[in-house]
Design a protein around this ligand. Sequence first.
Ligand SMILES: Nc1ncnc2c1ncn2[C@@H]1O[C@H](COP(=O)(O)OP(=O)(O)O)[C@@H](O)[C@H]1O
Ligand SMILES: [Mg+2]
Length: 481
Amino acid sequence: MKSLYSLNTRLVLSHLAVSLISIILMASFAGRFIFRAALAETEHNLQGLAVAAGNALVLPIQEMNQGTGSQEHIRDLLLQLFADNPDMGFTVYTNDGRPIADNNTTLPPPATRTNAPEVIEALESGLGRGVDIRRNVGGDEKMYTAVVIQREIEVLGVLRLEVPLRPTQEAARRSFYVLLATALAITSGVGLFGWLLANNLARPIQVLTQASEDMAKGDLSVRVRPSGPQELRRLAEAFNSMASRQQTNVSELRAFVANASHELRTPLTVVKLRAEALREGALQDPEVAERFMSEIDTEVDRLVRMVNDLLDLSRMEAGMVANQRTTVNLTAIAHEVYETFSIRASKASVNLSLDVAPEISTTLGNEDQLRQVFYNLVENAIKYTPAGGQVEMLLRPGPKENTVRFLVRDTGPGIPPEHLAHVFERFYRVEAIQSRPGSSRGSGLGLAIAKSIVDSHGGEIGASSQVGNGSTFWADLPASG
Ligand SMILES: Nc1ncnc2c1ncn2[C@@H]1O[C@H](COP(=O)(O)OP(=O)(O)O)[C@@H](O)[C@H]1O
Ligand SMILES: [Mg+2]
């Protein structure tokens, strides 16, 4: 629907208005100019003819005055002169305004100010010529030019020529029409140009608007083909990348919800099955009852842990965690985590060691969160390293200037490269890697949480591994102080 307010209409109308106004102005000025110029030219030509013919009449008039010539002789001479100009009329007057020859057989009346003002003007103005435009007796518009016939300073008479103005006006009108047609052609060109321009602008905007409306209705697969001027192309590209991001976000969210539900369902199923079994008689057998109760207990613990992890993760990713940043002593944290795991490690016959470079420093951040990072990395290393293995904790300057690197290296099974790229994703577990018997099955959230914390501290987290040769996980944090 095209309203008067649409970009398209406005551009076309404004182009047309500008060109129409120019045409009207041009036509009125140029029209007047063309007619005036045509008249001036006719007058000039006629006067030239009159002067030339007047010169030729000097002798015949003198002869007539001396009685040797005649009026007929003068008339014949002029008829002969203008033989190939049938429209041209002539009249010869004496110097007191009496007619003596005319192209018509009957002579006109003597010249007066009313019937032949040009003749009087030629005789009296001192310039020796006169012009007038008027309708003749037949009603045709004519131009009259009179020049005096002169021998030295003696005025012998006046020659007056007359031509109909119609051919002149016709020619002028033709020129004017040509001009007008050209101008109209230009206007249409301008209008067409405006229309094309408007389309070039409005089409991409319409396309973008349509796409935005589709997206607002929930269709995230819409994309637009960038077209039109540069600015609109950029807008289209921005729209496309926004749509892609939105689509990715939504599908990530869907995957997350599916994963989370799946993860929660497993322990819930166990709890449900055990509770049913207890009600249907297992309570009678205290040994079985005890086992089922402790299984329920473990699963509920897992559920609580997982829900807490999920909550932490989503809070962190929503940027909702109050960021009380303090100076955190990473050396102290490394020692604490080392203490926490040393008993667990020795129970599992894993040799846990800690090595802190003396200059190692502090970072600005949230202490609990950073402890969680160290904890999660060490926990994994111990969990996935078989008895007799080694887990090293290292704290030293990072590879980039002003960074601290916390590194955990183990002698576990290693992670195949196709999985290594994904271990920081939520719920990602490498099924092929068995954790040590006795350790509980993880939620797959530990590394995701660690990554989210490190990211929010402006750091980087990464891992390298070779199957059969253990894994190395590291977190680089900006150093402070
Ligand atoms: N040190 C490690 N050695 C081998 N595999 C590991 C190691 N750390 C993590 N992984 C793999 O990465 C997965 C994701 O780790 P994580 O996010 O901590 O989840 P979880 O420990 O709960 O399974 C683990 O399930 C495991 O398959
Ligand atoms: Mg873990």
